[in-house]
Design a protein around this ligand. Structure first.
Ligand SMILES: Cc1cc2nc3c(=O)[nH]c(=O)nc-3n(C[C@H](O)[C@H](O)[C@H](O)COP(=O)(O)OP(=O)(O)OC[C@H]3O[C@@H](n4cnc5c(N)ncnc54)[C@H](O)[C@@H]3O)c2cc1C
Length: 390
């Protein structure tokens, strides 16, 4: 059995682990720190399509696969287009991100990269100890991005928390004929929902005839693989028929927890949960790729200041708003389409992106909130914060 000590260990080389490893490798402060990344997979597959909005030049521009300045929205009552400026909606293929980040991190002389599966981590008196299939290691500080799937049910069944599963299946399809506008993506198309759920089609066109079609639920309703397939097929038959025959080039599926369940509370002094495991996913949207940059920045700043690494990294204002939004979406799930239609129709995309990205002032928050019927919000406050159920 091997046994080695590191200053910092990062478990998992996905979105959060790799962004953290990259930031550490670029920061001279950590030049003399011995760091290890432990990842169970080779990370050579394109398993995720990450999108995010950003103003101007960004960190990942060299690996952006496609970006859009315009979007369309199809609500239950209205269809409209959205001019996203000054933002762009950018897309990164996960395999490009893994390649890029892996190369940079593996070049750093002070970072070891180990392909191995971590079984468990325990906090000892002065270190964190983790054992893998092939060895036992210790680290002064361990960042753990293993996703706590076992806690998802606890979050779902807890009376004190709100939980909605964002689950989806996407297919990258190439049609025989041109059928898409590659300059504009479809944010949400609610014209063909699955019964008893908030569900919609999300479309990322790569060219006139090729797009990722992702059928998405914000709902705890479970559906089979065949049901996703039939939703995508029915959508194609109704709205993309002029594309003619098509082939499926790739597919992806996933489940993102939309919840105010505090996964990060399972962190300790030496074992810090990061990424989805650290509640870095924005509860009301399921997005986390872009906000991971900010979490990583705060972790590193805390380490340098000698504070606990995850000291005050979460923003309680948005946690409060998200709890209310999720509570409404959980209780009135099928009305979710109207909720988003109002939000996108009554506010500029710039304001919405700032709000969802956690960059708004209190007055701007009020502007977004005023798009909605206040009664459900009042009820959610009473239920969630005063504990009165009705
Ligand atoms: C299909 C999909 C699409 C998404 N699209 C978007 C999007 O468009 N925009 C957005 O902002 N967010 C998106 N998300 C949400 C979120 O950004 C991603 O889930 C993101 O990958 C979360 O990062 P993470 O580091 O927590 O997890 P991951 O990226 O999944 O990384 C966890 C890593 O830990 C490794 N690991 C797990 N167990 C072990 C173990 N025992 N030992 C060693 N290694 C281990 C895994 O192999 C993996 O590499 C998407 C999520 C999914 C599932």
């Amino acid at each position: 059995m091997e046994g080695r000590h590191y200053d910092i260990a990062i478990i998992g080389a996905g979105a959060s682990g790799l962004q953290l490893a990259l930031a550490l490798s670029r920061d001279r402060y950590f030049d003399s720190s011995k760091i290890v990344v432990v990842e169970k997979d080779l990370k050579t597959e394109n398993d995720k399509t990450w999108c995010f909005w950003e103003e101007g030049i960004g960190k990942w521009d060299s690996i952006i696969h496609k970006s859009w300045r315009k979007a369309s929205f199809h609500g239950p009552n209205q269809d409209f287009s959205l001019d996203l400026s000054p933002f762009k909606y950018k897309m990164v293929r996960s395999v490009d991100f893994y390649d890029y980040a892996k190369k940079k991190v593996q070049q750093a002389p002070n970072i070891d990269w180990i392909i191995d599966e971590v079984n468990g981590i325990t906090e000892k008196r002065t270190t964190a100890e983790f054992d893998t299939k092939n060895g036992v290691y210790t680290a002064d500080l361990c960042f753990d991005s293993r996703i706590p799937f076992e806690l998802f049910d606890e979050a779902k069944n807890s009376n004190d928390h709100v939980y909605l599963a964002q689950h989806f299946k996407g297919k990258l399809v190439r049609f025989e004929n041109d059928v898409f506008n590659p300059e504009s993506f479809t944010m949400m198309d609610f014209r063909m929902p699955f019964k008893d759920s908030m569900s919609f089609m999300y479309i990322l066109p790569m060219s006139e005839n090729t797009a990722m079609l992702e059928f998405t639920f914000f709902s705890n309703l479970k559906v089979s693989d065949m049901e996703y397939d039939s939703c995508i097929e029915a959508y194609i038959q109704r709205f993309l028929k002029e594309g003619g025959s098509y082939e499926v080039l790739e597919s992806e599926s996933g489940l993102i927890p939309m919840t105010n369940f505090p996964f990060h509370r399972f962190s300790s002094n030496k074992i810090i949960k990061i990424g989805t495991a650290g509640s870095w996913v924005r509860p009301s949207t399921g997005y986390s790729f872009k906000s991971t940059e900010e979490y990583v920045r705060k972790l590193i700043a805390n380490i340098k200041l000698g504070k606990p690494a995850n000291h005050k990294i979460h923003n309680t204002k948005y946690w409060f708003y998200d709890t209310l939004m999720l509570d409404i979406l959980e209780r009135r799930n099928t009305e979710g389409a109207l909720f988003f239609e109002r939000m996108y129709n009554k506010n500029s995309p710039e304001l919405i992106f700032k709000f969802l990205g956690g960059q708004t002032s209190f007055l701007q928050d009020l502007k977004v909130m005023s798009s909605f019927n206040p009664l459900p919000f009042m009820k959610s406050i009473v239920r969630r914060y005063l504990g009165i159920r009705f």
